[in-house]
Design a protein around this ligand. Structure first.
Ligand SMILES: *Cc1c(COP(=O)(O)O)cnc(C)c1O
Length: 401
């Protein structure tokens, strides 16, 4: 406590964040997660900013499955996996995820952040090349930083640039090359062009890795993910993802792929070796979620119906959105102060959503991001659309008025 300058330095930096409008206040919920939530002040809000794509976070069936696993396996393990932290439920979940994703084997982590953070260093060294999309998730960027492989970056979703970077890696004589991309980019709802990526990988002898955090459980006809959506199941070398979004929403992550890869990660991946095992109730609930979405596509179908409806109606009202099909819908307001005012007004109108401004998104690309859920009723979506129309009219930002 003797270095006062340290603390006042932090204070100054925090004030600068506030002054720049970059400070992130936390919204406190007084209810469980869902299409509707109760704020701390007791107000009921329609929630349009959770990653609760299938509506399973606050769902009673998910809760029951977690409770059953809690009863059978207890609260926790107080151990890493390899000492005494592996239960049958963890092995079952790993096997079920492999079946679901169409891979050979799967390893669980405490979070997708850990899955990505611990992926590259055990598998690649200075002789290798990692060719990474510029908009990849922070955890991929950190994981790549921890690894000695040469780094090549290609412009977001730009296949011509990806090919240039592959050529550069080949010219540099790199041994193994791996193309690394989010399956879906969460700021824009952009879907990676995995069919083209797989083609380029074959052409240049590269491996492929996708992070399916915004895809597992609902992208593709049966919810397998972006690789199903793009018709390349079985052609992606490594898949990482989270249990903390569509697949139940608690926490937990995974890496899935060939046996040799997964076995190597079990032996060498540091967030796996030196961190506690996933709580058994999460593993049990995740199994139940996978059972449920494998038995029926009803939830992902409802999510996609809601998405198509919202995308169509929001444009009809006169808003500009980034085109696409993903339940992440960026409603473009372009100007940062307008986006801020807009998000605040929507909050007053009972809609919870988040605004994004530079530097989180490029300058002049300010927006509010809507995320649809299977749990949203048509009535709730109509209420949200009416609030959009009202706020849009008040702020004079509708195209056709
Ligand atoms: C959310 C997210 C993560 C982190 O997932 P956690 O399981 O919450 O750590 C990793 N990658 C991507 C692309 C994400 O969207």
């Amino acid at each position: 406590m003797s270095d006062q300058a340290f603390y006042s330095g932090l204070q100054t930096k925090l004030e600068a964040l506030r002054d720049d409008g970059l400070f992130k206040p936390e919204r406190v919920l007084a209810s469980r997660q869902g299409a509707q939530v109760i704020a701390q002040d007791g107000r009921t809000l329609i929630n349009m900013c959770a990653n609760n794509y299938l509506g399973l976070s606050g769902d009673p069936e998910t809760q029951k499955a977690a409770a059953a696993a809690l009863e059978k396996y207890g609260y926790g393990l107080s151990s890493v996996r390899f000492i005494c932290g592996t239960q049958t439920v963890h092995k079952e979940l790993e096997a079920r995820l492999s079946t679901f994703l169409g891979t050979e084997d799967t390893i669980l982590y405490a979070a997708a952040f850990d899955a990505n953070g611990g992926l590259f260093e055990p598998l690649f060294d200075e002789n290798d090349a990692i060719i990474s999309d510029a908009l990849n998730h922070a955890s991929i960027i950190d994981g790549v930083r921890l690894c000695k492989a040469a780094r090549y970056r290609y412009a977001n979703n730009d296949m011509a640039d990806l090919e240039q970077q592959l050529i550069a890696a080949v010219d540099a004589g790199k041994r193994h090359k791996i193309i690394v991309t989010d399956g879906v980019f969460s700021m824009d709802g952009t879907i990676a062009q995995l069919d083209k990526i797989v083609e380029l990988a074959q052409k240049y002898g590269a491996l492929t890795m996708i992070d399916e955090s915004h895809a597992s459980g609902f992208m593709g006809a049966t919810g397998r993910g972006t690789h199903e959506h793009c018709g390349v199941i079985g052609k992606i070398d490594i898949i990482t993802g989270t249990l903390g979004k569509a697949l139940g929403g608690a926490m937990g992550g995974f890496t899935s792929g060939r046996k040799e890869v997964i076995e190597t990660l079990r032996q060498k991946s540091r967030p796996y070796l030196f961190s506690n095992t996933l709580a058994p109730m999460i593993a049990g609930a995740s199994l139940a979620v996978l059972d449920r979405i494998s038995a029926s596509t009803a939830l992902r179908d409802r999510l996609m119906d809601n998405t198509a409806y919202f995308r169509q109606e929001i444009e009809r009202i006169g808003f500009t959105i980034k085109p696409g099909t993903h339940p992440v819908v960026p409603v473009m307001l372009f100007d940062a102060p307008v986006a801020q005012k807009f998000a605040a007004r929507m909050f007053e109108l009972g809609v919870l959503l988040s605004g994004f401004f530079y530097p989180v998104v490029p300058m002049g690309q300010a927006r509010v991001r809507v995320q649809l859920s299977a749990a949203h009723t048509r009535e709730q979506l109509d209420t949200v659309l009416a609030a959009f129309e009202q706020a849009g009219r008040e702020l004079g930002i509708l195209k056709n008025t």
